[in-house]
Design a protein around this ligand. Sequence first.
Ligand SMILES: [Zn+2]
Ligand SMILES: [Zn+2]
Length: 147
Amino acid sequence: MGAAANLIGQSFGLLFVLCRKGSSERGAALWLCRCACGKEIDATTGTLRFFGKDSCGCDSERRQKAKVYVGRTFGRLTIESVEFDERKRARFICRCSCGVRKTIRASRVLAGSVLSCGCLRRGDLIGNLGARTWGVGGEDQLLVEQR
Ligand SMILES: [Zn+2]
Ligand SMILES: [Zn+2]
């Protein structure tokens, strides 16, 4: 028991280890963790360290949310898939209409600050579409306006 690593104060993704919470039935050290969303859960050293548990489960919801953008087009970019960086920020793997594939931070695509792999010059297409209409949900509005 004394050999258990002290994880207090460490972060695992969205989880922050608050304190030791005894041991699991199997004798593994159990930790009380607070998720970034505010929820508190128990986790063993193994699940945190070796199985990569990094949220209370809310993160998977977030992943699902980001996935709704797959297949959508923003400017010249078509979103092929979603991945997450080490800080849990969503990134879109986009294919530009020129054929280049690029990974771009989701927030930048959704905010309309990136509309191509870089082949698009400022003012080229942005002027026509109006970058401000490309906010979250904004593209739906744009589609409506075009009809
Ligand atoms: Zn959470
Ligand atoms: Zn391009």
